[in-house]
Design a protein around this ligand. Structure first.
Ligand code: APR
Ligand code: ZN
Length: 259
């Protein structure tokens, strides 16, 4: 479907959502940049300033220096407890409220879909979540607020208060397995949906980036809302280049108005 102008594309996407029975929304860091959280590969993104090879789980466990850098990034980026959902998150929460959302599959660890009001059991966090920090030795769990207070109080590398073990956020690091139950559930929902809507992802990190392929193979339509290219652009039924906040609020407004 070749549609040119933005409004026509948003209207066509809204019609697809109205006609769909099982809509899966797939989000990446691009949906949270308007909340002040840097993305990874967009202009000025985290991996344009830091080398992702420095942040594998192996490096994190073996080097105190890497742990110190990782905590610095998290304090500057996602751990910011004051971060709020933006219009794109609220638009997707509205789709949930009007019963048009099968589930959200997200690569983000910022908890913003939950804060926007989507029910947690309908949110599959493929890369974990930063709300809890866990001891790698004894499993003791700490809230992000508790650890943030230590970091902002000058602690460079927080340790477990019980056993002095290494503390790691509940997010999935490069080189770590994704949570198997979450990955299986996300795969299953992707294979059974009839409409797959991507918002703010470069779709280059696997296995998360396999989800749109599963949906297309199952015969679903694919809508991509993103600034910049993705490897799936040629397979999208509707490709919308635009800011997630603007596009998603306009799209859901049209969905709410109805056919
Ligand atoms: N509106 C629309 N698109 C946006 C916006 C915005 N406001 N801001 C940024 N983008 C786009 C960027 O241009 C980029 O194409 O969102 C995309 C985000 O891509 P990435 O930064 O690669 O983020 P993501 O796809 O979520 O990365 C996947 O990589 O490093 C790992 O674990 C990390 O979960 C992350 C995974
Ligand atoms: Zn411990």
């Amino acid at each position: 479907m070749v549609i040119n102008d933005l409004d026509a594309k948003v209207a066509a996407a809204a019609e697809m959502i109205l006609a769909s029975r099982r809509l899966v929304v797939f989000t990446g860091a691009g949906i949270s940049t308007e909340s002040g959280i840097p993305d990874f590969r967009g202009p000025g993104g985290i991996w344009t300033r830091f080398d992702p090879d420095d942040f594998t789980i192996q490096k994190f466990l073996s080097s105190r220096e890497t742990r110190k850098k990782q905590w610095e990034i998290l304090v500057k980026g996602e751990l910011l407890s004051g971060v709020k959902p933006n219009r794109a998150h609220h638009a997707i929460a509205k789709l949930g409220r009007i019963g048009k959302l099968d589930c959200i599959i997200t690569q983000n660890v910022d908890n913003l879909h939950q804060k926007a009001g989507n029910s947690p059991e309908k949110i599959f966090e493929l890369h974990g979540n930063l709300q809890w920090i866990r001891c790698m030795d004894c499993g003791e769990r700490y809230s992000v607020e508790h650890i943030m207070a230590l970091l902002q109080g000058g602690v460079e590398v927080p340790e477990c208060e019980k056993c002095h073990g290494i503390l790691k956020p509940d997010a999935v690091f490069f080189g770590e397995m994704l949570p198997p139950d979450t990955l299986n559930a996300a795969t299953d929902h992707s294979m059974r949906c009839d409409l797959f809507l991507v918002v703010g992802s470069s779709l280059v990190v696997h296995p998360a980036a396999l989800m749109p392929a599963y949906a297309k193979e199952a015969g679903a339509k694919l809508i991509i809302v993103n600034i910049g290219d993705t490897p799936y652009d040629s397979r999208a039924d509707i490709l919308i280049e635009g800011k997630a906040g603007d596009v998603m609020s306009k799209m859901v407004e049209k969905v709410e108005k109805g056919p």
